[in-house]
Design a protein around this ligand. Structure first.
Ligand code: FES
Length: 102
């Protein structure tokens, strides 16, 4: 199992929006939502656009390239042309830091 890693302070997250975080050479997207914090790889499953540049609303990230969309709670695609899930990451908060298993 992958270790938990601190990736960003909760206070540094964009409120109700998506925040880009570099973890080593991997770019992840951290989502602040009404029901908590979620995270995924930043890579869109359709053609690899950076989801951190997308539009975020409630629990849905819309890809900036072709407007595919995903529910960040389970990564599932909810709008074409996306057909495959994005890769979600386990998240927890400890001591004011967002931690992700990666
Ligand atoms: Fe994201 Fe095409 S790259 S919808």
């Amino acid at each position: 199992e992958k270790p938990w890693r601190d990736v960003i302070a909760v206070d540094d997250l964009e409120k109700d929006w998506v925040t880009r975080v570099e973890v080593g050479r991997t770019t992840i997207a951290v989502y602040d939502t009404p029901t908590g914090i979620y995270a995924s790889l930043a890579l869109c499953s359709h053609a690899g656009a950076d989801l951190c540049d997308g539009y975020f609303d409630n629990h849905v990230i819309e890809c900036p390239l072709h407007q595919g969309a995903f529910d960040v709670r389970d990564g599932k695609p909810i709008a074409a042309p996306a057909t495959r899930a994005i890769r979600g990451l386990e998240v927890r908060v400890r001591h004011g830091k967002v931690q992700v298993r990666i």
